[in-house]
Design a protein around this ligand. Structure first.
Ligand code: WQD
Length: 338
């Protein structure tokens, strides 16, 4: 009997792509989502791609009783925890909503797992924990800097909550520190759901190119970088999804070396905003309308990953290029606006 894996937030952007890869690898998947930032259409999309419709339960993880009820009804062999609010700017306006949803829910989830002795646990963390790293590419040993936003703080505290829980119980955990996920499944059946004005660069680019947005604002070209615009490590969401399978199997096979491990998940390559724009124009054949405006508060100059640890220990490496990732983002935009 194949193992059953719970994906919290499994109808979200990264969660849904991970569900597809888990099913492709033969796992049974049960998705828990509160639908606050996703849609049931995504469940149809996962079924369309894989031929398998994952079990789905609508649960608000801030509801302890509902979560307890879920675990009474479902026996799972491991958990990949995505569900959280993730908009940096919004977290500054609504810190308590972020602390409740990203931290209380994590505590309630870990309480269930430890009581029921469910051990393999994968946590969705973020390169945001590094702030502006002193050295680039950044390794997992880089110091965690004071968070620039409540969102970033919830990722830092989340890692500490897990570390302390692992020390006190039999939980085995891996935190994956994502860099910048972009793109969509090659079938263009699932992708990043555009709810409201995009906060992130790539969905804003594709919505500008398709005519939904008048122009892209480039937040600053006076950074100390080759072309003056900020640098990030943009990773194809399918590569990122596959890293979760590698991490989960490390724990299922008990080949973890520590009971709590942390890995950077990026490409190892930095790209500036202008480079992303130029690459997008090349792959899409669309001229992009943009203007340079002032810097966005809280942005770091540059962030890109040293991925040697994940490459070695997880035997995982990002395969898609920036071109391929941007082409998949554009194909997704064209599909949903068709
Ligand atoms: C990328 C670059 C912007 C929009 C955030 C979170 C991080 C992760 C990914 C969740 C920056 C510039 C952006 C725009 C622009 N999320 N930009 N115009 O801020 O690196 O990371 O999303 O895990 O935790 O912090 O991503 O896509 O917002 O910005 O010029 O309209 O594009 O200044 O340099 P970011 P982003």
């Amino acid at each position: 009997m194949s193992k059953k894996i719970l994906i919290t937030g499994g109808l979200g952007y990264i969660g849904s792509h991970t569900a597809v890869e888990l099913i492709n690898e033969g796992y049974q998947v049960v998705i828990l989502d509160d639908l606050s930032n996703s849609s049931l259409d995504v469940l149809d999309g996962i079924e369309q791609i894989t031929g398998v419709r994952p079990e789905f339960v609508k649960v608000d993880m801030r509801d302890k009783q509902a979560l307890n009820q879920f675990f009474d009804n479902y026996q799972v062999d491991g958990v990949i925890h995505f569900s959280a609010f993730k908009a940096v700017g919004e977290s500054v306006e609504k810190p308590l909503a972020y602390y409740e949803n990203n931290l209380n829910a994590l505590v309630y989830l870990l309480q269930e797992l430890t009581v029921r002795n469910i051990r393999p646990f994968i946590f969705s963390s973020s390169c945001t924990v590094y702030g502006q790293a002193d050295e680039l590419p950044v390794t997992e040993k880089a110091p965690v800097k004071p968070a620039e936003s409540p969102y970033g703080f919830t990722k830092q505290v989340g890692e500490i909550i897990i570390r302390d829980t692992v020390r006190a119980t039999k939980l085995k955990a891996i935190a994956l520190r994502y860099f910048n996920p972009i793109g969509a499944h090659p079938t263009a059946i699932i992708g990043e759901l555009p709810l409201g004005i995009p906060q992130n660069l790539v969905p804003f680019i594709t919505q500008t190119a398709i005519g939904l947005r008048a122009e892209l604002s480039v937040f600053g070209n006076d950074y100390p970088t080759p072309d003056g615009t900020a640098i990030r490590d943009y990773i194809h969401v399918v590569d990122l999804a596959k890293a979760h399978i590698a991490a989960l199997e490390r724990l299922l096979n008990q080949s973890n070396k520590e009971n709590f491990e942390i890995f950077n998940i990026g490409t190892g390559k930095g790209s500036s905003v202008l480079e992303v724009i130029q690459t997008f124009e090349k792959v899409s054949g669309q001229k992009l309308n943009y203007k340079i405006v002032s810097r966005r508060t809280g942005d770091v100059v540059a962030a890109y990953a040293n991925t040697a640890l994940a490459n070695k220990e997880l035997r995982w490496k990002a395969k898609s290029s920036l071109e391929e990732a941007l082409a998949s983002a554009w194909a997704w935009e064209l599909k949903i606006r068709a």
